[in-house]
Design a protein around this ligand. Structure first.
Ligand code: SAM
Length: 257
């Protein structure tokens, strides 16, 4: 799902029909989730992790299989959480992992409750700076945050892609600016790395033409569905054309006081 698609109730069924059966709803992969997790120390069976904007939980399952900690997935979209909890059941992870419907702008945690905040492809919904700053209080001192964020790879870009992202997500910026924002929000930057291109190509390939056509067929004459598919196609086309200029970057930080 994209940065400039605000979620209107009207669109929810369309979005669920489109993304509900995909393992991930944004660019990412199990290898990249594991790589990010490798920078985080000290997780035990007593630790508590929140995966914010978890979708149906593709990355949450990787966290669950590679830690012994309790994990709470939070997503605004009840249908994603329903699917998330079904996946948990299928993997026999009930009791330790749980999905709850909730808003990242009003999270159901208490101060200092969490050891790790995870958020892949979702912090843009609150904004990188606001998310980092508002979520920090939920972390224990020494706790970690790991998020992916759309980022410019170069100082200058062709006007077509510059204009597209300035309109879709004005907070897009370079790695050095994002790291400075992380420091300003009260974290020690631990690691940053670029999410590789194949995570994006996989994300766009999953949305194959057949899946798009069958959604258009199901919602024949529905303007929202047509606009949604047109947008998905345009975004994928821009990525193919301008991928050397931008992409997701993993930012991992630690709350040190
Ligand atoms: N983390 C998943 C992944 O990487 O596959 C999903 C990423 S998807 C691009 C963004 C997710 O953020 C969606 O599941 C969407 O429902 C969720 N979301 C959007 N606004 C939200 C909000 N205000 N609070 C919680 N979740 C939200």
């Amino acid at each position: 799902m994209s940065e400039n698609q605000t979620i209107h109730e009207f669109d929810l069924n369309i979005i669920y029909d489109y993304f509900g059966n995909t393992q991930r709803q944004g660019p990412g992969s199990p290898e990249i989730t594991l790589k990010a997790l490798s920078f985080i120390g000290g997780l035990t069976a007593e630790s508590k992790i929140a995966d914010i904007g978890c979708g149906t939980g593709g990355q949450t399952m990787v966290l669950a299989q590679n830690t012994a900690s309790e994990i709470i997935g939070v997503d605004l979209f009840p249908e994603f959480i329903q699917q998330f909890n079904q996946n948990i059941q299928n993997q026999n992870l009930m009791g330790r992992v749980q999905g709850v419907t909730g808003d990242m702008k009003d999270l159901p945690f208490t101060e200092g409750e969490l050891d790790l905040i995870w958020s892949e492809g979702a912090i843009y919904n609150i904004g990188f700076e606001r998310g980092l700053s508002e979520w920090r209080k939920f972390l224990k001192t020494g706790g970690y945050i790991a998020v992916t964020e759309n980022t410019w790879f170069t100082q200058e870009r062709p006007v077509e892609i510059e204009d597209f992202w300035q309109e879709a997500y004005p907070e897009i910026d370079t790695i050095s600016h994002k790291v400075a924002q992380m420091e300003k929000a009260g974290y020690l930057p631990i690691a940053t790395f670029v999410v590789p291109e194949d995570c994006w190509t996989y994300y766009y390939e999953v949305q194959h033409p057949q899946m798009q056509e069958s959604l258009l067929e199901k919602y024949k004459g529905n303007k929202s569905a047509e606009e949604f598919i047109a947008y998905q196609r345009y975004e994928a086309e821009l990525y193919r054309k301008y991928k050397e200029y931008y992409g997701y970057v993993f930012y991992i930080g630690k709350r040190i006081k």
